[in-house]
Design a protein around this ligand. Structure first.
Ligand code: BGP
Length: 478
């Protein structure tokens, strides 16, 4: 039986995002961000996928059903204690941009916000846990959305530069691992969260989206260069949602379609941030969709210089595609579309489960970029049940994670340089795509429910003890 081995110093841990765990909605002079005003429940899923949602109209109608999320803002010491008990080497979190610049366009940073994250980083270091920080995790300041139109407006590059330089200078002795925009490529299907605007008309889908992307690429390059200048030995990565695209069959038309989907969705953003230039395949796409970017003097040089040190990515599923498909064939629940794969089972939310797909993803990404990889999200959203005796037997989650960890070990054997694994949702939190609590990912159960009720009590699940053992044996005991 092959031993599943991982390199010494492998960064085992867990991942979260400010808007999904912190709460502290208005505390510490925090401003509202996009995630704060998206509704919970099924409404959210509709809005994320609905091109017609306009913040100018809806902005004050919705508030997160859970201003307190899981109240990490007040309970972070307790939660970090749990992560330390599991033996975490790394903890992925985001800094909420609006704790540091409540509106996003201020000149001075908000000291209360800076002080909060000082406390979190100090607590992590007390337990020997590396913070891995996402600069923007779907948490763009609402003011920049409403008053500037999100990333379509070039001025946002300046505001982002001010934000990242403030936090790099403040935390230069506390944080070594950074990443820029969470799942930057997801805006190709869900622009609201990443780019801060929604598509009102089909023809708006192209020019504004790719111009906004250009601004984000420039901003990412500025952040990478500033990070290296301010924090010696820092590692800053891009972060993409990666789902390998399978052709439904060996029909060359379907294979070509799958390749084009893979190029655009999986590689376009990463190519720019990793290779430092627009990929050749995008020229035809721009021509066919009448996209002409407004590129300022120096932008392309900046993008060339500001390439990332590693590729962080989320992996939940693969995607199966064919050129001509019917709605009836679609893979329900997969946020990124595609059709059902007859060889795969799906989660309760329709996300297809494909551990081999993670090995495929790692090989594809490493073959393409030959830079270190970091799996910064992977996990199973499920309905967990607290038994009479208080135990939570999430054996299904252990099975899911075990299979994905084995796939990572195989990929390392294949020659892939993999630096860490921060399982998504190491503690129960608000689901990004549905705003629900019932979609649980954590090793730690949080007593909070979709109707907002609950004591917020934390409880260890069966997977808590299993993952602790995985980390203690550096992945050998699965
Ligand atoms: C990713 C996001 C995370 C997380 C994850 C799980 O797209 O980066 O924020 O939420 O999806 O998604 P969900 O919470 O909808 O199950």
């Amino acid at each position: 039986m092959r031993k599943y081995q991982f390199p010494e110093g492998f960064l085992w841990g867990g991942a979260t995002a400010a808007n999904q765990i912190e709460g502290g909605f208005y505390e510490g002079n925090k401003g509202l961000n996009i995630a704060d005003v998206l509704p919970g429940g099924k409404e959210r899923y509709k809005i994320l996928m609905n091109p017609g949602f306009d913040f100018k109209i809806h902005r004050d109608q919705y508030y997160y059903p859970n201003h307190e999320a899981i109240d990490f803002y007040h309970r972070y010491k307790e939660d970090i204690g749990f992560f330390a008990e599991m033996g975490f080497k790394a903890f992925r979190m985001s800094i909420a941009w609006t704790r540091i610049f409540p509106n996003g366009d201020e000149l001075e940073a908000n000291e209360e916000g800076l002080a909060f994250y000082d406390g979190v980083f100090d607590e992590l270091h007390k337990h020997g846990i590396q913070p891995v920080v996402t600069l923007s995790h779907y948490e763009m300041p609402l003011h920049l959305v409403k008053e500037y139109g999100g990333w379509r407006n070039r001025q946002v590059v300046t505001f982002f530069e001010r934000y990242v330089k403030a936090i790099f200078n403040r935390y230069k002795n506390k944080v070594k691992f950074w990443m820029t925009f969470n799942e930057i490529n997801s805006s190709l299907v869900m622009p609201i969260q990443g780019l801060g605007f929604s598509i009102q008309k089909e023809e708006d889908k192209y020019q504004p989206t790719f111009q906004a992307y250009h601004h984000q690429f420039v901003a990412s390059s500025i952040a990478v260069k500033a990070c290296h200048e301010i924090i010696p030995n820092s590692k800053i990565g891009c972060m993409i949602l990666f789902a390998p695209v399978y052709s439904f069959d060996c029909n060359p038309e379907n294979v070509m379609y799958a390749l084009q989907e893979e190029q655009l969705f999986n590689y376009f953003c990463a190519d720019v941030q990793v290779r430092g230039e627009y990929p050749s395949f995008i020229k035809r796409y721009f021509k066919e969709h009448h996209i002409e970017l407004e590129i300022q003097e120096g932008d392309l040089e900046l993008i060339k210089e500001g390439t990332v040190d590693y590729i962080g990515f989320s992996y939940y599923m693969s995607r199966t595609e064919k050129k001509v498909k019917t709605d009836a064939e679609s893979a329900q629940g997969n946020l990124i579309g595609g059709i059902r794969n007859p060889f795969l089972k799906a989660s309760d939310w329709g996300w297809e489960i494909d551990p081999e797909g993670l090995r495929i993803s790692l090989n594809k990404l490493y073959d393409r970029y030959q830079k270190p990889l970091f799996v910064v999200e992977n996990g199973l959203g499920a309905y967990d049940k607290v038994e009479e005796d208080g135990t939570i037997n999430d054996t299904y989650r252990i099975d899911y994670l075990r299979d994905h960890i084995k796939a990572m070990s195989e990929a390392i054997e294949d020659g892939v340089e993999l630096i860490g694994y921060t399982s998504w949702g190491c503690i129960d939190m608000v689901s990004m795509s549905t705003g629900e609590f019932s979609k649980r990912y954590g090793f730690i159960y949080v007593d909070k429910h979709d109707d907002g009720s609950g004591s917020l009590k934390r409880m260890r699940k069966k997977s808590f003890f299993w993952y602790k053992d995985v980390i203690a044996t550096n992945g050998e005991r699965l």
